[in-house]
Design a protein around this ligand. Structure first.
Ligand code: AQP
Length: 327
C-alpha cells in the first residue's frame, strides 16, 4: 500500500476552505492508502497562541477529523507534539535547508509582513518541519490545498538533497490537490485565500457556523456590479469563488452553472451556495457534537500516536544512522 500524510494546524476553527481543499480528499483516500493525518500543533505555535484556545482548537480539530468521516480503523489520527520524531527530524531538515530558500517562501513573506524585528524564528523554519512531518512516514502523496504547493516542492528538494548526500533514506512525495476547491478565496477580499486566522470573521465560513450565520456571510460576500454569472477568476473573483464553492459541494461543472444561472442575478446564486453549504455542514456538525461528548476521542488520539510513533521512529533512526548521529 502507498502512504499518505497530511496535517492541519489547530490555529483556529477549520474553514470551508480547509475542508474543500484538504479534509474532503482525506476521506476518499483512506479507502485506498495507508493514511496518517496529523494535528500540527507545533506549526500552530510559529505564531503566538493562547494556551487554552490552542488546547480547545486541537480537540475541535480531532473531533472534526472524525466528524467528516475519517475512520480510526483505516487512518491514524494524531497530535504532532505527541510524536517527538517530528521535532527531531525537523531539526535535521532545518540543517539540510538554506536560509535563502526559506526566505523565498511566500507563506513566510506573507506572515512575517509588518513584524519588523519581531518575526518569530519558527515562521522561517516552518517548511523544514513540514518536510520532516511528511518524510517520516515515507509518504508517496500529500493531499493539500494549492497554497501548500511551494512547501511540497521544498520538501522534495530537501529529501533529494539528503538522499544524494547520505544515501536513499526518504521517499520523494508528490502533491495531490482536488479538481475543485483547491483554493477557496476570502468572502470579503476574493483575491486573497480564505484563512482560519483572518481577523475578519465575515471573510471565512467555519465548519461550525450555524445555518443563519452561513447565509449571512454568503449574502454579504463581495461580488461585482455587472450581475452576470460567469466563471472568470481574473475579472470576477468573487462570483468565481462562489461558483467554485457550489461546484465543490454539488459536483456541477462551471458550464452547467453558467447555463443554469443565465439571466439570473447574484441573489439566486448566493441562495443556492448557502443552501449547499448548510446541507454539507449540518450532518458534520451533528457528528462533531457527538464526538466532543465522547470519551473515545482520547482513545483515538492515543492509538493514533502509538502507530505514528512506531512508523516515524523507524525513519528517524535510519536518518540518524546514515548521518553518523547514532553510536
Ligand atoms: N482557502 C483555502 N482553500 C483550499 N485549501 C486551503 N487550505 C488552507 N486554506 C485553503 C488547505 O487546508 C490545509 C490545512 O491548512 P493549514 O491549517 O495547515 O494552514 P494554512 O494553509 O495556513 O491554512 P489557513 O486556514 O490559512 O490557516 P492559518 O490562517 O492559520 O494560516 C492545507 O492542506 C491547506 O492547503
Amino acid at each position: 500500500k502507498k502512504t499518505i500524510f497530511s496535517g492541519i494546524q489547530p490555529s483556529g476553527l477549520i474553514t470551508l476552505g480547509n475542508y474543500l481543499g484538504a479534509l474532503k480528499q482525506f476521506v476518499e483516500l483512506q479507502e485506498e492508502f495507508e493514511c496518517y493525518f496529523c494535528i500540527v500543533n507545533q506549526h500552530a505555535i510559529t505564531v503566538p497562541q493562547d494556551p487554552a484556545t490552542l488546547r480547545q482548537n486541537m480537540r475541535n480539530l480531532a473531533a472534526l477529523y472524525l466528524a467528516v468521516g475519517l475512520d480510526p480503523q483505516k487512518a491514524s489520527l494524531f497530535i504532532q507534539s505527541e510524536v517527538p520524531a517530528h521535532a527531531q527530524l525537523g531539526w535535521i531538515m532545518m540543517c539540510t535547508s538554506y536560509v535563502g530558500e526559506l526566505e523565498r517562501m511566500t507563506q513566510y513573506k506573507d506572515k512575517s509582513q509588518g513584524r519588523g524585528e519581531t518575526i518569530p524564528g519558527g515562521l522561517l523554519v516552518y517548511p523544514p518541519l513540514m518536510a520532516a512531518d511528511i518524510l517520516l512516514y515515507q509518504a508517496h502523496y500529500v493531499p493539500v490545498g494549492e497554497d501548500q504547493r511551494q512547501h511540497i516542492e521544498l520538501t522534495r528538494d530537501l529529501a533529494e538533497r539528503f538522499n544524494n548526500r547520505y544515501g536513499e533514506v526518504f521517499t520523494i512525495p508528490e502533491i495531490r490537490t482536488p479538481k475543485f476547491g483547491a483554493r477557496i478565496m476570502s468572502l470579503q477580499e476574493p483575491t486573497k485565500k480564505m484563512s482560519k486566522s483572518d481577523p475578519n470573521q465575515g471573510a471565512f465560513i467555519s465548519m461550525l457556523d450555524d445555518p443563519k450565520l452561513v447565509e449571512k456571510k454568503i449574502k454579504r460576500a463581495q461580488t461585482d456590479s455587472d450581475n452576470q454569472i460567469r466563471f472568470d477568476k481574473e475579472n470576477k473573483p468573487g462570483v468565481s469563488n462562489l461558483m467554485t464553492m457550489l461546484s465543490a459541494c454539488t459536483g456541477q461543472s462551471m458550464e452547467e452553472m453558467e447555463q443554469a444561472y443565465h439571466g439570473k442575478g447574484y441573489g439566486a446564486l448566493k441562495a443556492d451556495v448557502a443552501e449547499a453549504v448548510v446541507n454539507l455542514l449540518q450532518p458534520i456538525q451533528e457528528r462533531f457534537n457527538n464526538w466532543m461528548e465522547s470519551k473515545k476521542l482520547d482513545d483515538v488520539l492515543d492509538d493514533g500516536a502509538a502507530k505514528a510513533n512506531q512508523r516515524a521512529n523507524e525513519t528517524l533512526r535510519k536518518a540518524e544512522q546514515v548521518m553518523g548521529l547514532s553510536r
